[in-house]
Write a protein that binds this ligand. Structure first.
Ligand code: FES
Length: 146
């Protein structure tokens, strides 16, 4: 068994540092050319819940591909949006008391009718999704406009 000298140990440490530095640069490059297989938005409708479980005034957040969707049963029917705030991507939530969609991160507020910004820093409306009811089951899917 050989003794490791201080010089050898420092060389080993230097090599590990160089490898770490290379990986810090190489990992993002590799991620760029080989993106993950995460599904951004599902191509098929996603089941939300039975109609009976979402009374008027209530909302449900469901997994919808990579990001969740917010489905709200309003007086004017079902509304669905991406639950990702257009400011810094916090998750928005429905406030039944105020009748608004709210982002708790920086006090962003959105209209439930069309997802447009009421107040706060979000630069754009929420991404609108579509809903459909089939055999008493609520589904959310891609579509629905802006
Ligand atoms: S992330 Fe929603 S308001 Fe900033």
């Amino acid at each position: 068994m050989s003794d490791i000298t201080r010089r050898d140990f420092l060389k080993l440490l230097q090599g590990a540092g160089v490898l770490l530095g290379i990986s810090v640069v190489a990992a993002p490059v590799a991620a760029y050319f080989y993106p993950s297989k995460l599904i951004e938005m599902p191509s098929e409708p996603v089941l939300v819940c039975p109609e009976s479980e979402l009374p008027v005034g209530q909302a449900k957040t469901v997994e919808f591909g990579r990001y969740p969707a917010l489905v709200i049963n309003t007086e004017d029917g079902l509304k669905a949006y991406s639950a990702v705030c257009t400011h810094f991507a916090c998750l928005v939530k429905w406030n039944p008391d105020s009748g608004q969609i709210e982002c708790p991160c920086h006090d962003g507020f959105f209209k439930v009718a069309d997802g447009s910004v009421i107040a706060g820093p979000p630069p754009k409306p929420l991404l609108t999704l579509a809903t459909q009811v089939v055999d008493g089951q609520i589904y959310v899917k891609v579509g629905g406009g802006a």
